[in-house]
Design a protein around this ligand. Structure first.
Ligand SMILES: O=C(O)[C@H](O)[C@@H](O)[C@H](O)[C@H](O)COP(=O)(O)O
Length: 256
């Protein structure tokens, strides 16, 4: 179990630049230790800004991208190539720019893919893909070096929304219907699956995130505020801009 730490940057642009630099270093460290690296991506505006910032960093070429596994924490259940899919956004901003091994890029299924139009089947297939990449005989999930999460105004992370039945799902990947954030149908890693990651980074920018961030760090319940239930096995890091950090509890401010 890891104690959360908080880093605050002046604005959204500097936040994206700083997270991009951290990500490159994290991938390099993982490759130095294990010969490979794995990252779990998220969706949303700050995530897209981070991916663009990584693509623009000269140091990104120090990463051996052919030995990086790319997974997703959640996906909007839409046809392949839909501009609203998290995969489409990540590919346009970063994945199409760096020399990844195509077999190591693991998008969640699209609504027009082989899993068909059923999000439960899509979730089951993604769980099987994750299990196939896990260490034989150990876990249902591969090792995740770093898992990034945006944070919603309501405190959702990935597609785990407040008070949603997904909180009672035991499997690592769940279908989500009735998402309050469009589109309504999604697939997501569940909180227990998210919490297997070595490092979890929660990234939030803007004043409309301040309340959720403050409440999560003050110890709100995870069913009411999913971000409060996130914890990496080695490190839980909140990466914020000043506006999003406005309500961070005083006892955590010294960690800035
Ligand atoms: O599919 C999605 O929409 C995301 O994965 C979602 O969890 C997102 O990360 C947050 O809603 C924050 O998004 P913003 O950074 O755009 O506010």
């Amino acid at each position: 179990m890891s104690e959360a730490s908080v880093a605050v940057h002046a604005d959204a642009d500097l936040l994206a630049q700083a997270v991009a630099a951290r990500l490159v270093v994290k991938l390099l460290d993982a490759q130095a230790e294990r010969g490979q690296a794995s990252v779990v991506l998220t969706g949303g505006r700050i995530a897209a800004a981070i991916y663009r910032a990584v693509a623009a960093l000269p140091a990104r070429d120090a990463v051996d991208w052919s030995r990086v596994d790319v997974w997703w924490g959640d996906e909007r259940f839409l046809p392949a190539g839909d501009p609203e899919r998290n995969e489409t956004q990540a590919r346009a901003a970063l994945l199409d720019v760096v020399p990844l091994h195509p077999a190591r890029v693991h998008p969640m299924p699209a609504s027009d893919g082989p899993a068909g139009p059923d999000p439960e089947e899509a979730a089951a297939r993604y769980a099987a893909e994750l299990a196939a990449a896990a260490r034989p005989g150990t876990a249902a999930l591969p090792h995740f070096d770093v898992l990034m999460l945006g944070v919603g105004e309501d405190g959702h992370v990935a597609s785990v929304f407040p008070e949603h039945p997904v909180h009672y799902e035991n499997r690592p990947v769940s279908a989500v219907r009735g998402s309050p954030k469009p589109p309504p149908v999604r697939t997501t890693l569940t909180l227990p699956a998210i919490n297997t990651a070595e490092e979890v980074w929660l990234v939030a920018s803007g004043a409309d995130k301040a309340r959720a961030v403050g409440m999560a760090l003050a110890g709100a319940g995870p069913v009411q505020l999913p971000a409060a239930g996130v914890q990496g096995t080695g490190r839980t890091l909140w990466l914020l801009d000043r506006a999003a950090a406005a309500d961070v509890p005083a006892r955590l401010r010294s960690l800035r």
